[in-house]
Ligand binder design. Structure first.
Ligand SMILES: *Cc1c(COP(=O)(O)O)cnc(C)c1O
Length: 426
């Protein structure tokens, strides 16, 4: 699949947002507002499916990227399963109509209750990250009279060449186990009679803009699969994880689905089991934006600030990862002078900065601004810090839109709190 040119020159917005009147949408639903474009998500998932068509491969969408039920439903309709990392994500996936058999459970800390729930609903596969977890799954499966199907998450010790906070496949990271440790598990697998240990898993990091680290990790996985196979341990599933990067910045080059599928096909040539892929960001990031209003301009002694009504609690990535997001004034330049701003939110943190020294058309209070690339790791990382209720989320499809999560009310935000009057002894 060719990398589609998703930005249009005229107003700087992705194609899937061209037909909807964002100004009218903001007036009706308020700001800040997450806006997801259904056609853009469909295009990505179909593109990936097509690219993988020659392989016996399944998509397991990483729910943590964007767990909104409408997004999950759309992906489920397109045939995607789910990769989950908590009981909450498991429930979300099931409620969105994803079959338990099409769900894999990753994560370094699965509680007994989460493991039991996963067994109860008949989850497809556990991706096991430690010996303690393997023991726990054995214990819980045996007690239930169940059998767990599982893969070992390998830490292939490769440098994913991405931000340190989203690099997960180096030996020093908390994720997965070494090939040596995994080898010992397979050799001793009779110790875990209620765990069907017949798969390999990896996930080396996120926002990978080069496929070289993926190729390197795949080569290590493939060599290990062949070694296990030769030792009589049949491998039924190889899960290559997620991590495919997207274009957050005009001009940035992200790998495309065909290149990715090709890397997988080459590395795993001859493998007769099922291949799983776990993309999150790649499927949804560019399909979302945060629609926000300029509250005011502030000219400091050294810098000019544009204060938006969105903040770090709505989109944490710039604060957490120094991430770049393209920012577009709705309505374009409209004859205004170019102005260089630090684009910030109202939260009381210097880190509440979306962009530093960004040149935009001069913005006035009330102007609408879109922060692009906010379909992944935006709403799902949201918080109510500074007592800011969670924004609404809407999905657009052509000129239409549907609210897929209403704006949180003050009552909902404060709902669980109570005065310390009901004192008990634990
Ligand atoms: C986060 C995660 C993914 C998805 O990562 P993306 O970069 O969003 O594709 C896939 N698998 C596992 C195990 C993860 O933790």
């Amino acid at each position: 699949m060719e990398q589609r040119v998703t930005r249009l020159g005229t107003n700087g917005l992705p194609e899937a947002f061209q037909q909807v009147d964002l100004a009218a949408l903001a007036a009706r639903e308020g700001t800040p507002l997450y806006v997801y474009a259904a056609p853009a998500i469909r295009e990505r998932v179909r593109g990936l499916r097509e690219a993988l068509a020659g392989l016996d491969a399944g998509i397991r969408y990483a729910v943590k990227a964007n767990g909104n039920g409408a997004v999950l439903r759309l992906l489920a309709e397109e045939g995607a399963g789910a990769d989950i990392v908590s009981g909450g994500e498991l429930q979300r996936a099931l409620r969105a109509g994803i079959a338990a058999a099409d769900i894999v459970f990753s994560g370094v800390g699965k509680s007994d209750a989460e493991i039991a729930l996963a067994l109860e609903v008949g989850i497809g596969r556990f991706n096991i990250e430690s010996r303690a977890e393997l023991d726990a799954i054995q214990r819980i499966a045996a007690a239930r009279g169940d059998r767990a199907v599982a893969s070992v998450r390998i830490n292939p010790d490769v440098d994913a060449q991405t931000h340190a906070k989203i690099s997960t496949g180096k030996a020093e990271n908390k994720f997965g186990v070494s090939i040596d440790e995994a080898r010992a598990w397979f050799a001793a697998k009779a110790q875990w009679p209620d765990v069907q240990l017949d798969g390999l898993h990896m996930h080396i990091g996120s926002q990978l803009l080069s496929l070289d680290p993926v190729r390197e990790a795949l080569a290590r996985m493939a060599a290990f699969w062949k070694e296990l196979d030769a030792a009589g341990h049949a491998i039924a599933s190889i899960d290559v994880g997620g991590g495919l990067g997207v274009r957050y910045r005009e001009g940035e080059h992200a790998p495309d689905a065909r290149e990715y599928a090709d890397a997988i096909a080459r590395a795993l040539a001859g493998f007769r089991g099922r291949i799983l892929v776990e993309p999150g960001r790649w499927l949804v990031a560019e399909a979302g934006l945060v629609l926000t209003r300029a509250m005011l301009e502030k000219h400091g002694e050294q810098r000019s600030f544009l204060v938006l009504d969105a903040a770090m609690n709505d989109l944490l990535r710039p604060s957490l990862y120094d991430a770049w997001h393209d920012i577009v004034r709705i309505g374009g330049a409209d004859g205004r002078d170019a102005t260089t701003y630090d684009v910030v939110g109202p939260v009381c943190e210097t880190g509440d900065t979306f962009a530093t020294g960004r040149t935009l058309p001069r913005c006035e209070a009330g102007d609408l601004v879109a922060i692009l690339g906010a379909g992944a790791y935006a709403a799902s990382m949201g918080s109510t810090y500074n007592s800011r209720p969670l924004p609404a989320e809407v999905m657009v499809d052509g000129a239409r839109y549907a609210v897929v999560r209403r704006r949180q009310s003050l009552e909902e935000m404060l709902g669980g709190e109570q005065p310390a009057t009901d004192w008990k002894t634990p």
